[in-house]
Ligand binder design. Structure first.
Ligand code: PLP
Length: 390
């Protein structure tokens, strides 16, 4: 059996997304800026995809821009906010459990004299809202909090954070911006600027987490907010991000959004069913485990520590059975080191060492989950015997 449970690292592109990309690469390969029919045809793919991105976020088309990946969108938001608000203050508030795509630009800003406060989390990766509220001051220019954590699936209370920000701005006459890295939230939980995210200023998304291609992302920038462009040149993407457009990637991302948001509920339901089945089987059948994801996490992630084992060894044992999982964040620049997220959650060394992240897509079935639970139990038992655990 082949069971792919590493969907937070990346998803398998929808066939339809691959098909449209192939057509763009083979036939509709014109430069979208060219005036002839090939150019106009290429431009249409971008227009359609922009419409899909705007619609899925509840935004208007002139508020969304394609980038080369989620990381670029995150960098644009952090650095852009710092530059746009440079006369207003030098403090940024983020969390200790962000992706490196946020943490690294924040570190760069610290080197440039900014103060960055990293808000802590509890053992289920839930944000310390008291610390966050206390951190907001008149020197703050940006709050950046992810929508869904990539390692635990914890859903962050963005609505409440936006309310705190709006209240502070109103009372103090400040103009603090709010950004969310929605790379793991987009297509898994509602991410809508007319809904719960009303009042957000910037949102980052990525194509390959929702069955689109890798190397394409997007950013929402609220109308009227002037953040500077970092890649300047031919003025593509409304001068926000120059460079001849990755038309195939944009078209594939657009198609993926059309499919994913065309049946949002159905997809979520399928993920939730698979996750519930695996959760049930693992928690009832295997002793000495710690579930690191909160009960109300996104349906896409289940993080479990199997005490007395090493996640990395489990991962490779499961791989031999055709099961693909992760020990933590695959996108981490610090692949060999321990997860900074599980560390920030205060997990003990042995809990971090035995942690496995199962991450789901709508293609996972309950039958697959029974197989996975069986193989996990076998691997954990074998490993514990070898290591004389208990
Ligand atoms: N933000 C989060 C939360 C992620 O999980 C990832 C990728 O894993 C990224 C940002 C980076 O996105 P991309 O791979 O498109 O650069």
């Amino acid at each position: 059996m082949f069971v792919y449970l590493d969907n937070s690292a990346t998803t398998k592109p929808y066939n339809e997304a691959v098909d449209v990309m192939t057509t763009v690469l083979k036939e509709d390969f014109g430069n979208p800026s060219s005036l002839h029919t090939l150019g106009i045809t290429a431009e249409k793919y971008i227009k359609n995809a922009r419409k899909s991105l705007a619609t899925s976020l509840g935004a208007s088309e002139d508020e969304v821009f394609f980038t080369s990946c989620g990381t670029e969108a995150d960098n644009m938001a952090i650095m852009g906010a710092a530059v746009a608000r440079k006369h207003q203050g030098k403090k940024i508030i983020t969390t200790a459990v962000e992706h490196p795509a946020i943490l690294e630009p924040c570190r760069k800003l610290q080197q440039m004299g900014y103060e960055v406060e990293y808000i802590g989390v509890d053992s289920k990766c839930r944000l310390n809202m008291d610390q966050l509220e206390a951190a907001i001051d008149e020197d703050t220019v940006l709050i950046s909090v992810m929508g869904v954590n990539n390692e635990t699936g914890t859903i962050m209370p963005l609505k409440e954070i936006i309310q705190l920000k709006d209240k502070f701005n109103k009372e103090h006459g400040t103009s603090i911006l709010m950004h969310t890295d929605a790379v793991q939230a987009f297509g898994k939980v509602p991410v809508n600027v007319k809904g719960d995210l009303k009042g957000v200023d910037m949102i980052s998304v990525s194509g390959h987490k929702i069955h689109g291609p890798k190397g394409i992302g997007g950013i929402y920038v609220k109308k009227g907010l002037a953040i500077p462009a970092f890649i300047v040149g031919g003025g593509q993407e409304g001068h926000m991000r120059s460079g001849t457009e990755n038309t195939a990637g944009i078209a594939g991302f657009g198609k993926a959004m059309d499919i994913a948001f065309g049946d949002f509920e159905g997809r979520i339901d399928a993920m939730a069913k698979a996750k519930a089945r695996l959760y049930e089987a693992i928690t009832s059948d295997i002793k000495d485990i710690v579930v690191n994801s909160p009960e109300d996490a996104a349906p896409s992630v289940l993080n479990v520590s199997f005490l007395g084992t090493r996640g990395e060894v489990l991962l490779h044992t499961l791989e031999q059975d055709g099961i693909f999982v992760s020990t933590g964040s695959a996108c981490s620049s610090n692949k060999k080191g321990q997860s900074h997220v599980l560390g920030a959650m205060g997990l003990k060394h042995k809990e971090i060492e035995g942690a496995i992240r199962f991450s789901f897509s709508e293609f996972n079935t309950e039958e697959e989950m029974d197989y996975v639970a069986d193989r996990v139990k076998f691997a954990v038992t074998k490993f514990r015997k070898l290591g004389s655990f208990r």
